[in-house]
Design a protein around this ligand. Structure first.
Ligand SMILES: Nc1ncnc2c1ncn2[C@@H]1O[C@H](COP(=O)(O)OP(=O)(O)OP(=O)(O)O)[C@@H](O)[C@H]1O
Ligand SMILES: [Mg+2]
Length: 372
């Protein structure tokens, strides 16, 4: 159904719209720091949770969604070397829809993961791809034969299956992987300990250090695909919110993965939304530019002069409309939905429990009593 996106600044009517009805429900939220990007995402998440049966996944690089997620009964997954929340990157789901082979999807993911951790500029060599794929085929056999949780492979099994091949290419991949299995980055070599099938899942990736950030984000995106695949089979939508989207666009693999999500998600019943203070980052490559072109929902909050110029060129904004994203109050701006452009404002009442769960002003933030 339709959801609330602010008041029309011209007519004072409520702006109610249903992103699912658009050609392309993908969304972007732009605005300077403090303009209300995260707040508008949290408002939408709240509506989705309270008025639909859809799933919501959040990628939260600033650790600011947990009060809201906990209050809504969701699962916060704190990915960090000091956390006890483990997600096994090799988790596989057998209840995919008919036409998808879970192993093919998993093999793709493991290839990206290995490419990332091997850090080569030119990508994996053909033989390296072959040895990885061969290892992937092998390590899932026990689980396929008997799908009990304790038969789910972990990265250590992948390492063993590579070593067992006894050729230099496999050895080379195994050496790179060793850091993530036996070395100091072995955080991902565990079976999953969190409720990743919760209707509302928030990945808090703030605690991932420099070395774990890239693989961590790749794992989050893989988890998103898993959920979308499962949900498609049962006809349920999946919303995916990425705050601080520029962090993902900065890295080649996570940028490519994001572009893929913006391209293919719709057909799978997925509704992605990226929020960022750097619209420029969406023009850094043709692949990433597709993200902007494939978004029917664009929420512009207050913009800097440079970004106003940029958006004027990209989105055909008139001088009159530009005024709505110039020195705009938090929560106000211009909404693009398919071929409609509407100025909006929103003043969320501050004397509410919900406001305390949505705000990022340190003095106003609700504390959920969890140690962090
Ligand atoms: N619709 C709104 N109604 C009332 N207050 C709002 C609204 N939107 C934002 N604010 C106020 O502005 C503050 C900052 O909003 P928010 O955290 O969403 O900014 P942001 O754009 O995500 O910033 P950053 O880029 O730093 O993450 C909120 O804590 C709140 O006090
Ligand atoms: Mg924010």
């Amino acid at each position: 159904g339709a959801m609330y996106y602010g008041l029309n600044d011209l007519s004072n009517n409520m702006i109610l719209l249903d992103r699912k009805q658009s050609r392309c429900p993908n969304g972007l939220v732009f605005g300077t720091p403090g303009s209300g990007k995260s707040m508008s995402c949290k408002r939408e998440i709240t509506y989705v949770m309270l008025t639909t049966k859809d799933n919501v996944i959040i990628c939260d690089p600033e650790d600011e969604y947990s009060p809201l997620v906990n209050r809504l009964g969701g699962q916060v997954i704190r990915l960090s070397p000091n956390s006890r929340d483990y997600v096994n990157p090799l988790d596989i789901n057998l209840n995919y829809s008919e036409e998808e082979n879970p192993l093919t999807l998993k093999s793709d993911f493991v290839l990206s993961f290995c490419e990332l951790i091997m850090g080569s500029k030119t990508g994996l060599e053909a033989i390296e791809k072959t040895v990885i794929d061969r290892a992937v085929q092998m390590i899932y056999q026990p689980y396929f034969a008997d799908p009990r949780p304790e038969n789910m492979p972990v990265l250590g099994d992948l390492l063993d299956a590579l070593m067992a091949q006894g050729i230099p290419e496999a050895e080379r991949v195994a050496q790179a992987l060793d850091l993530y299995v036996n070395g100091s980055l072995n955080f991902f070599n565990h079976r999953t300990t969190v409720d990743i099938r919760n209707r509302l899942v928030c990945f808090d990736i703030k605690g991932l250090g420099k070395n774990l950030k890239k693989p961590g984000m790749l794992i989050v995106q893989d988890a998103v695909w898993n959920t979308v695949t499962i949900n498609r089979a049962i006809g349920r939508s999946t919303w995916y919110f990425v705050d601080e989207f520029h962090l993902l666009l900065k890295e080649e693999q996570t940028a490519a993965y994001s572009a893929e999500i913006w391209k293919r998600f719709r057909k799978w019943g997925g509704i992605p939304t990226g929020a960022t203070q750097n619209p420029k980052d969406l023009l850094s490559s043709p692949e990433i530019e597709n993200i902007l072109e494939n978004s029917d929902f664009i929420y512009l909050l207050n913009l800097s002069a440079g970004d106003r110029k940029l958006m004027t060129e990209r989105l055909n904004i008139s001088a009159e409309q530009l005024a709505y994203v110039t020195n705009a109050d938090p929560g106000s701006g211009l909404l693009f939905f398919q071929n409609v452009i509407l100025p909006f404002r929103d003043e969320f009442p501050k004397d509410t429990e919900l406001y305390k769960l949505l705000t990022t002003k340190p003095s106003e933030v609700a504390h959920d009593g969890e140690s962090r």
